[in-house]
Each structure stands twice: as C-alpha cells, then as structure tokens.
Write a protein that binds this ligand. Structure first.
Ligand code: ZN
Length: 146
C-alpha cells in the first residue's frame, strides 16, 4: 500500500503541475508591479479620499486633491507605469481636478445619438465618449476565447 500511494503524488504534483503553470505564465504577459505603481495608487487613493471630504467646488479639500493629482501626473510622466483607464478617467486632463466628489464636478449629456460628452465644471474641458451597445474590451475578448 505504501508503494502505491507514494509514487502517485510525487509524479502527478511534482512533474505535471509545474510545467503547466510555467506554460500558462509564458502565454500571458507577466504582471510586474514596480514602486511607481505603489506611488500612483497611493496618490490616487489620497486624492480621491480628500476630494470626497469636500463640500464646496474650490475649498481646501479640492485644492489638496488637485495637488495630489498633479503629483500623480508627474509620477506618470517620469516613471511611465501602465495604469487602468478607470484611474486616468477620474481626473480632468486640463486642470487636474478630481472628478469624484460629493458635489457634481462634471456635466454629462448626449450631444449626438451615440456620443456622450463629459464637461468639467471647473475649467470647461470637454471629452467625448462614443457609445457602442455591444462593446467588448480586448481583455474580455481574450478571456472569452480561453
Ligand atoms: Zn477641468
């Protein structure tokens, strides 16, 4: 009984599992987390957290959150880490205002049938987003294939 039990775990777990995990890692790009990612996420959390405490459009909380977002933009320009779109779309590209807050800081409206326009209420910068009903991102397409 000892001879039957002992060879099965050693051959199945030791040999077959490890090559499968390495082949899976070779197909997918490795997720490299650098110190710049930590700095970006810290500054993002700080700017959004401070912005959520403010009650006026240009109070101290908004100014401090803009300061953090400008630091974040500086880190992005120097270190160039890849970040999610959700992080970059939280800030206005012109005035670095944090668009997440208790009070409305953006105005969204449909300017055409399939075009949504976001307008920053601080500086008036406008950004258009095209709406496609059956849109699937590249990550979702890759996940659906595998
Ligand atoms: Zn703005």
């Amino acid at each position: 009984m000892e001879l039957e039990v002992a060879p099965q775990p050693s051959t199945s777990s030791g040999i077959t599992v490890e090559p499968n995990t390495t082949q899976g890692n070779q197909k997918e790009p490795p997720a490299i987390v650098t110190p710049a990612h930590h700095r970006v996420h810290f500054l993002y959390n700080a700017s959004v957290g401070v912005s959520m405490q403010g009650n006026l459009p240009n109070d101290g909380f908004a100014k401090l959150s803009r300061k953090y977002s400008k630091l974040l933009r500086g880190v992005l320009n120097v270190e160039r880490p890849k970040i999610a779109h959700e992080i970059s779309r939280t800030f206005c590209k012109r005035c670095r205002e944090v668009l997440t807050a208790k009070i409305p800081k953006v105005e969204c409206r449909m300017i055409q049938k399939k075009v949504l326009q976001r307008k920053c209420l601080t500086c008036g910068n406008k950004k258009n987003f095209q709406i496609t009903p059956n849109y699937i991102s590249k990550k979702q397409q890759i996940a659906n294939k595998s």
